[in-house]
Design a protein around this ligand. Structure first.
Ligand code: R1P
Ligand code: MN
Ligand code: MN
Length: 397
């Protein structure tokens, strides 16, 4: 019996890649800077499970220095290493698709850092087709800040808040009650069609609630994403007869292509509970792919170092529950899709190495070094499950 699990810690980078300067990210280090912050605060990080697997050693491989508070130098229980991205984007879709064997060789479209950021003809058309009185925002912004800045005016006028980031994305925020959730989704569907000529990867609905200058986002986020340009690991597994179980936002990221079953969870720990259940149920040939989004959405973009550190500790503390459920023939990889250094300027992702930590009953612990594409992960999983090889990547085990 063969099964595979990809546990993706969204944005958990291990240090800047050689091409990071192009992204103004030289020196960024999500893990390293969180560990340094914790040590300086007098509460060094302590993640015994991930450390034992080889996380700190993988980070050392990636950035050439040991993260503060981590002392294990040998005796690891996983095959560990790091990987650099071939795709030009440091966004979630590029990272996930490349892991699944499809690096993004074309350039995504991006909206400029001007105000307004969106082309006038695009917003005019969206206003008309969406039947709204206009828009607020129309700039690069942090999603949690912009709803508090414009929330009152949005509720008063019914004008949705539109914004973007360094990702190829158009986001629309609107009040769940005063504007209406279904109406927001409909507006996003219209926008998704309209952004096609601009080569935009995603339109994201960002519903929120609250009143009088105090607004918070709800869990009803919905992504409208373009499909991967070629078959991915998910398609290979599904076509080979294995079940592809997508937890969290995985199905959205792949536009549901190659997905057999979708399991949602409100936050990292709810997703972890779902993962434990799936680990009991998944059958021979199954691929379980989970995205733990809080690292990125709730802490990385928010530049919340303490929150990111807590989330990592929570994950580390619960990993043994998952490991206890592994069977002969199971392969697990812990990885990420890009960085989002919470000590960095701005609120965007950072161009970094990602971890590749392979473990399971049949995995020989060893150092894997640095891969020059995330696709080595997908190819290794494809090889393990015995499905058709991917067009990119090398089997590492
Ligand atoms: O600031 P928020 O709305 O969380 O936006 C973040 O979430 C989007 C999708 O991951 C990215 O474009 C990023 O900027
Ligand atoms: Mn991501
Ligand atoms: Mn993000």
């Amino acid at each position: 019996m063969k099964r595979a699990f990809i546990l993706l810690l969204d944005s958990f980078g291990l240090g800047a890649t050689p091409d990071a300067a192009k992204y103004n990210d030289s020196g960024a280090n999500t893990f390293g800077h969180i560990a340094a912050w914790a040590a300086k605060a007098g509460t060094p990080m302590n993640m015994p499970t991930l450390e034992k697997l080889g996380l700190a050693a993988a980070a050392h491989t990636a950035c050439g220095r040991w993260a503060d508070g981590f002392s294990q130098r040998d005796g690891f229980t996983a095959a560990y290493g790091a990987a650099r991205e071939r795709s030009t984007g440091k966004d979630t879709q590029s990272g996930h698709w490349e892991i699944a064997g499809v690096p993004v060789e074309f350039d995504w479209g991006y909206f400029p850092r001007t105000v307004p950021s969106f082309p006038a003809e695009l917003t005019a058309r969206l206003r008309e087709l969406g039947n709204v009185p206009g828009f607020l925002g129309d700039c690069h912004a942090s999603g949690t800040e912009i709803i508090n800045k414009h929330g009152d005016e949005h509720v008063a006028t019914g004008k949705p808040i539109i914004y973007t980031s360094a990702d190829s994305v158009l986001q629309i925020a609107a009040h769940e009650e005063s504007f209406g959730l279904e109406r927001l989704y409909e507006l996003c569907e219209i926008a998704f069609k309209l952004v096609e000529p601009y080569n935009i990867g995603r339109v994201i609905a960002r519903p929120f609630v609250g009143a009088n200058g105090k607004y918070t986002r709800t869990t009803n986020r919905h992504d409208y994403a373009v499909a991967p340009p070629a078959p991915t690991l998910l398609d290979h597994v599904k076509n080979g007869g294995g079940e592809v179980i997508a937890l969290g936002k995985i199905s959205d990221i792949f536009a549901a292509q190659g997905v057999s079953r979708v399991v949602k969870g409100a936050d990292n720990m709810a997703l972890f509970d779902a993962l434990l259940k799936v680990a009991d149920e998944a059958g021979d040939g199954a691929l379980t792919f989970v995205n733990f989004v809080d690292f990125d959405q709730a802490f990385g973009h928010r530049r919340d170092v303490a929150g990111y550190s807590n989330a990592l500790h929570e994950m580390d503390a619960r990993l043994p529950e998952f490991m206890a459920k592994l069977r002969e023939g199971d392969l697990v990889v812990v990885t990420a899709d890009h960085g989002c250094d919470p000590t960095w300027t701005g609120s965007d992702h950072t161009r970094e190495h990602i971890p590749m930590i392979f473990f399971g009953p049949g995995v020989q612990p060893r150092a894997l070094g640095i891969s020059d594409t995330f696709s080595d992960i997908g190819q290794t999983v494809a090889h393990h499950l015995g499905v058709q090889p991917l067009s990119n990547g090398t089997n590492l085990l």
